[in-house]
Ligand binder design. Structure first.
Ligand code: SF4
Length: 292
């Protein structure tokens, strides 16, 4: 059973009573969001021309030194809302024409979001629901999302425990994320599309860090071996140093063209069939899918 009273929502297992205090993620019991909007910069099969209905949740259960959304994830900027208000926002985004509801960094609010999703579905939410997470998630919590989430869009951030500890304070990330992603695939399978839009399945975001510090090549090899080369990959190349990255000289630069080319070569040599490659300098410029 997942509970906020002795919080076991994510692998941190803080066991704090979220009704009275906060744990590692700093989130209380009340939902908090920073922003909701039609987002046109997600992968093309999510954003397309109508936009993805993105809802950005405040706080996070990891602490990445290079987080591009640090004011939201670490400082918790945002507004508290009720579960029914979140449900209303989902319906509103659908009415605005959103292709999907894109829940960004939702993990620490999973129990509350489940209630909101159930309300929204009763009120007529029909567009696909996207779970856009860091994959630092527990299997028991993910199982509660089965049937409510249509598309899983996890990061697979590290294949190196020391790097995961140093840059995200999550030493066990590689093992935790691997198991979480296998559970996601079990629930929804590989991406299925209609008219260029994803409506179900798993797409994995692989971020390139300078110097391949997160071992993105090993991540891709693992995915090929355990999930198959039909897995949708979204290779994210637009890293830039922000938040506390300047304290880590090895991360205080963008990814070089050589490093970028190396990972693209690995991706192609492994025979992946589906996905996107983000331009190295623009977060909204994606090379269309089908690598080979
Ligand atoms: S959701 Fe937050 S409080 Fe709960 S276990 Fe995770 S980090 Fe701790």
């Amino acid at each position: 059973m997942i509970t906020l009273k002795e919080c076991n929502v994510c692998p941190r297992m803080c066991r704090v009573n979220r009704y009275e205090t906060a744990g590692y993620c700093k989130a209380g019991v009340t939902l908090k969001i920073n922003l909701y909007q039609l987002h046109f910069g997600e992968e093309p099969n999510l954003s397309n021309n109508k936009g993805s209905g993105a809802i950005f949740f405040s706080y996070c259960n990891t602490n990445c030194v290079y987080c591009q959304n640090f004011s939201i994830s670490q400082f918790g900027w945002g507004k508290e809302i009720s579960k029914s208000e979140l449900s209303d926002i989902m319906i509103k985004l659908q009415e605005l024409g959103a292709n999907n509801i894109n829940l960004v960094t939702p993990t620490h609010f999973t129990p509350q979001i489940i209630d909101s999703l159930q309300m929204a579905k009763k009120d007529g939410l029909t567009v696909p629901v996207v779970w856009n997470s860091n994959a630092y998630e527990s299997i028991d919590t993910l199982r509660k999302l089965e049937g409510l989430v249509d598309i899983y869009l996890p990061d697979f951030r590290y294949f190196d425990n020391l790097a995961a500890k140093k840059y995200s304070d999550a030493e066990d990330y590689p093992d935790v994320a691997a198991k979480a992603i296998l559970e996601m695939l079990r629930q929804v399978g590989h991406i299925k599309e209609k008219d260029g839009l994803a409506f179900k399945g798993l797409m994995i975001r692989v971020l390139l860090l300078p110097g391949n510090k997160n071992k993105a090549d090993k991540i891709l090899e693992w995915i090929k071996q355990h999930l198959g080369n039909e897995t949708y990959i979204s290779l994210m190349g637009q890293y830039y140093p922000t938040y506390r990255a300047s304290a880590y000289p090895e991360l205080n630069r963008s990814v070089s063209q050589e490093e970028y080319n190396y990972i693209v070569e690995i991706l192609n040599s492994l025979g992946f069939e589906n996905g996107y490659i983000q331009d190295r300098t623009s977060s909204e410029d994606w090379t269309p899918k089908f690598f080979n």
